[in-house]
Design a protein around this ligand. Structure first.
Ligand SMILES: NC(=O)C1=CN([C@@H]2O[C@H](COP(=O)(O)OP(=O)(O)OC[C@H]3O[C@@H](n4cnc5c(N)ncnc54)[C@H](OP(=O)(O)O)[C@@H]3O)[C@@H](O)[C@H]2O)[C@@H](O)CC1
Ligand SMILES: [K+]
Length: 497
């Protein structure tokens, strides 16, 4: 897992690296600029691309100047630089890079307060106006220049962070920023990239290593950690020779009502395809034919039969499409002490009966989307606040709160918030949540601790969606298709020996 830093912690890591390693600040800037240029050249390999680099006079601007010089050294002949001289101050590294740039043929135009801004004719704009040093909203000439760049309608590649976007903390909805198509961010993605409020500012981000001291960074106190594929490799247990269905647990899915049986089928299908040894479905009798037709591997169990069967199950997932059968949640809570997965209608019921939340088995996994979360824990104006509440509630209630989002936040009882990097907008369609519930239940049934089950399910759910969207070129990924892609996603991540 990678620690995600605040802007202040990034400065600390920057200072520590310069103090303790034989690297000067200007060389760190050169590293960063080189790393930027490497990714930029993959995005725009055509050396005839006309590039305008807009620079401020701090270190973000210093990066921009170094990038101009490096692109020119790599035979990009159409590079031009604008310098926004809207502040009296310039950083030392900026000054050094201006001097270096004057030794090149690159045209430089300087703009002072009130100057008219010419039309942008280049094909691509690099935004190096302001970076992580942002300390107030954009206004005056800065705002005018940012709006001018956005309105030019050219692809924008931001250096480190789009100008105007805060790296962390609350993101006001309407705050103007550069609207970047790509952000090439240094050492770590910024926390704000994971919040939906940054959608206009960041279309895609790339992270490059610039040589900051990693052991120091990983020791910095941070509540936020980014999940990596190596975490999944560590958690996942290969199936063993001579194992049998009993080795992989018995999962129970309590879901579906007369008109919402699809949700139950999706959850059961996902549970089956995620490797539970046995899957039982407590669905209404009207759904039996559909269950047998679509998922013959899944066993049917009536509400009455449940009364004598509770002990047989290793994990229970409850909620998708549960409708009027919601009293099953209380039955379930009365009979099981193992962590369970609580989703959809079961979450709505909890929000109407808040006293019940305390009675959930410790380390149960709640899987709310934004609206379900706010119904349960109160309205929030920003994702920053919502994630803070998730963190506090996960600690207070000793539950795992999996707050669904393009980048799902997993708030753990120990106060850590894990961010899942997989998933994409093609997955924004009905039934995806039901699939996740089935996957979570399958991993609990297989004996994974709830934290590991949450990490595995979120990562694989998103990775399956990414494979379908990227490799198969699907613009929309239907939930049913995603279920079928789960085994091959496993196979891809963990090839059988
Ligand atoms: N971290 C690292 O390891 C490395 C970082 N590097 C790079 O450094 C960047 C950070 O540089 P930085 O600290 O010089 O700040 P930067 O963003 O250029 O801003 C400059 C000044 O602008 C001002 N200002 C603030 N808000 C404003 C506003 N709304 N409107 C107008 N002015 C505003 C404010 O000054 P003030 O006005 O407070 O005097 C601020 O100091 C980082 O993003 C990365 O690109 C790499 O080079 C290598 C290693
Ligand atoms: K920038």
């Amino acid at each position: 897992m990678k620690t995600i830093l605040t802007a202040a912690q990034t400065r600390e890591a920057d200072r520590y690296t310069i103090e303790t390693t034989p690297i000067a600040s200007i060389d760190l800037m050169e590293n960063a600029s080189l790393a930027f240029v490497t990714v930029f050249m993959q995005l725009y390999p055509d050396k005839n691309t006309q590039v305008l680099i807009c620079c401020g006079t701090g270190n973000n601007g210093g990066d921009g100047l170094a990038i101009a010089r490096l692109l020119q050294e790599h035979s990009y002949d159409g590079v031009a630089v604008w310098i926004a001289r809207f502040s009296e101050r310039e950083s030392d590294e900026f000054a050094t890079n201006v001097a270096r740039l004057y030794n090149t043929p690159i045209p430089i135009t300087e703009f002072f307060t009130g100057d008219e801004l010419p039309a942008i004719r280049q094909r691509v704009v690099i935004d190096a106006l302001l970076g992580s040093g942002l300390n107030k909203p954009l206004q005056g000439d800065w705002l005018r220049m940012v709006e001018h760049i956005n309105q030019a309608g050219k692809p924008i590649v931001a250096v480190d962070i789009p100008t105007g976007l805060r790296a962390d903390g609350m993101l006001p909805q309407e705050e103007p920023t550069i609207q970047a198509h790509h952000v090439i961010s240094f050492q770590r993605p910024k926390l704000s990239f994971f919040f939906p409020e940054s959608a206009n500012a960041v279309e895609r981000f790339h992270v490059v290593d610039i040589g900051l001291n990693e052991p120091f960074i990983e020791k910095l106190p941070s509540d936020f950690k980014l999940i990596e594929s190596s975490d999944i490799q560590q958690i996942y247990r290969n199936r063993k020779p001579f194992s049998h269905k009993g080795t992989y647990g018995h999962a129970l899915i309590i879901a579906g009502d007369t008109n919402t049986l699809g949700a139950a089928l999706l959850a059961c299908g996902a549970c089956l395809y995620s490797g539970a040894g046995l899957t039982s479905a407590c669905i209404p009798p009207t759904g039996l034919t559909a269950l047998n037709a679509h998922l013959p591997e899944v066993m049917y169990c009536t509400e009455e039969e449940l009364l004598t069967m509770w002990d047989r199950f290793d994990a229970i997932g409850i909620g998708p499409g549960l409708g009027q059968r919601i009293s099953l949640l209380e039955d379930c809570m009365a009979h099981t002490h193992k962590p369970m997965v609580v989703d959809a209608d079961a979450l709505t019921f909890l929000s109407q009966n808040k006293g019940l939340v305390d009675g959930l088995p410790k380390h149960s996994i709640l899987t709310p989307h934004m609206k379900e979360f706010d119904r349960l824990f109160g309205a929030h104006d920003s994702w920053w606040d919502r994630v803070q509440t998730a963190r506090e509630q996960a600690m207070a209630l000793q539950l795992i709160i999996l707050l669904k989002n393009q980048y799902t936040f997993i708030a753990l009882p120990d106060g850590n918030v894990l961010i899942n990097p997989t998933g994409n907008p093609a997955m924004a369609s009905g039934g995806m949540g039901d699939v996740l519930t089935g996957m979570l239940t399958a991993f609990l049934a297989q004996g994974y601790p709830p934290r590991d089950a949450a990490i595995l399910a979120c990562y694989l759910h998103g990775a399956a969606g990414d494979r379908l969207a990227t490799d198969s070129g699907m613009a929309v990924v239907p939930a049913r298709q995603l279920i079928q892609a789960i085994p091959s996603t496993f196979g891809n991540l963990f090839p059988p020996h």
